[in-house]
Design a protein. Sequence first.
Length: 150
Amino acid sequence: MTIAVDFDGTIVEHRYPAIGKEKFFAFETLRALQRDGHRLILWTYRDGALLDEAVAYCRKNGVEFYAVNASYPDEELESGQSRKINADLFIDDRIVFGFPGWGEIYQSLNAANASPSWSEYKVRYDQAASRSFKGLLRRLRWWVLGNEVR
């Protein structure tokens, strides 16, 4: 998955143009996401020397981004072209309900990718079967003939 990550207020506390203090578990989570195979893009308002400082700060903390303010490495924007990037997920402190924290983000991403346990699989299977035509016939028979038929 390609994940775009904001810098100020997300990786570090918002102190723009200075670099704020690291947010709790930010770099541990970013490194873990990279180990899990995700492609990280730094997506920030910063540019020029301020952007270079942010990239160097992240590199010093063990995070090397796939791309910076771009959808892929070495992408060059033409005049008038949007800076909007192509990513599957955006992590930013300015989301509707506020930044949940890095631990919550990592747990949410892992929960989405985790294999279901047997009991979860059985529940999903039963739900799907009950919505199928065969499940409909089974419920109809139960309703007509009574609960002795399953």
